[in-house]
Design a protein. Structure first.
Ligand SMILES: [Zn+2]
Length: 262
């Protein structure tokens, strides 16, 4: 196992930016704000060797320009989605591509995961068991459908759910408590979900991140990965949100319900 680890860099009100490092070199994932990234690089005596971007939203790419000025290297690699226009990107990626980085020593497989945005990609480091999925899959939730369709999001989430259960899910926001509250409304009888609520509340009470989660925990608790579960379908039908048992319609109905959920 290579000696690389992930630093959590909080930014804005609820974003997580990620720095993957080997103690000397670091890669930033979705640096929406350069300030916290530069402070973390300084604090840990790290130098930045690459940037990975999942989608074009400002809270994921807003720090790129300032970081490029800071590193001041014309050959500095910035990886991003092939199907989105993002300033500063030097290598455009899509499904089936791999990213190899020398220092820190990392290899990512790229997945197309449209839904939140139309060109959204995710990065999987298989040897480490890490998933960087931006705003596609959240701890106990999923991203809003700003550009894609419920069918696209269903396929994207299925792709992520097919990763090994121990895979760590590095999503980009601390939305977990609100997400678990919603999940309990959608599937109140889920015992694993009830236990998760207590565990996540405990972490937040201590001001600890609830991220990363795991694919296994998400499959047991995340309603957006459980659209075929009878309890979820019955609840949506009883509330008049769903006419049939179609999983794509169920995901659309869940997303719609969550958008207005308090
Ligand atoms: Zn976004």
């Amino acid at each position: 196992m290579r000696n690389v680890s992930v630093l959590t860099v909080p930014a804005f009100s609820d974003n997580y930016l990620w720095l993957i490092h080997d103690g000397s070199k670091a890669v930033a994932v979705d640096p929406g704000d350069a300030g916290p990234i530069m402070a973390a690089l300084d604090a840990h005596k790290l130098s930045l060797t690459a940037i990975l971007l999942t989608h074009h939203h400002a809270d994921h790419v807003g720090g790129v320009e300032a970081l490029l000025r800071h590193v001041n290297d014309p050959n500095f690699p910035v990886y991003g989605p092939r199907r989105e226009e993002i300033a500063g990107v030097t290598v455009r990626l899509g499904e089936g591509d791999t990213v190899e980085i020398g220092a820190p020593n990392l290899r990512f497989d790229v997945l197309d995961v449209p839904g939140h945005t139309s060109g959204h990609i995710a990065y999987v480091e298989r040897e480490q068991g890490w998933l960087f999925c931006g705003d596609t899959l959240f701890a106990c939730g999923c991203g809003r459908l700003f550009e894609g369709t419920p069918a696209q999001m269903t396929d994207s989430l299925a792709k992520l759910a097919a990763l090994p259960p121990e895979t760590l899910v590095y999503c980009a926001h601390e939305y977990t408590i609100g997400n678990v509250r919603f999940a309990l409304a959608a599937e109140p009888g889920n015992r694993v979900l009830q236990e998760r609520f207590a565990a996540e509340e405990e972490k937040r009470a201590q001001n600890k991140p609830t991220v990363p989660s795991t694919i296994g925990l998400e499959k047991h608790t995340n309603p957006f990965l459980r659209c075929a579960e009878p309890e979820i379908l019955r609840g949506l039908q009883a509330a008049g949100r769903l006419d049939d048992s179609d999983p794509v319609a169920a995901l659309a109905a869940l997303r719609e319900w969550k958008n207005g959920f308090k």
